[in-house]
Design a protein. Structure first.
Length: 119
């Protein structure tokens, strides 16, 4: 079964760091753009960062600029979201998705991983 699986979420104090991973199984990830999305409590899901198959990075959320970055390791079929200087407003469920076209209908979604930033 082809799927994406996120990991690395958890509870972290404000100012801390986390690295989320998005691993593909059952398909080759290197032909896909991969994006990270998050959904805060009571809010709609928003796209925050994506990385193309060639490594081009696009930031969709000003709120994470200079704090979050994205990287990919095609050999390991994994994309990482590196989160630094975390704030309570970063709390939410983080999802990764993969597409070969555009983001209107990604081919794959992960199940999500919870990130909670709290003292």
């Amino acid at each position: 079964q082809s799927q994406l699986v996120e990991s690395g979420g958890g509870l972290v104090q404000p100012g801390g760091s986390l690295k989320l991973s998005c691993a593909a199984s059952g398909f080759t990830l290197d032909a896909y753009a991969v994006g990270w999305f998050r959904q805060a409590p009571g809010k709609e899901r928003e796209e925050i960062l994506c990385i193309s198959s060639s490594g081009y990075i696009k930031n969709y959320a000003d709120s994470v600029k200079d704090r979050f970055t994205i990287s990919r390791d095609n050999a390991k079929r994994t994309v990482h979201l590196h989160m630094n200087s975390l704030k309570p407003e970063d709390t939410g469920v983080y999802y990764c998705a993969a597409t070969r076209t555009d983001w209107s209908r990604p081919a794959y979604w992960g199940q999500g991983t919870q990130v909670t930033v709290s003292a």
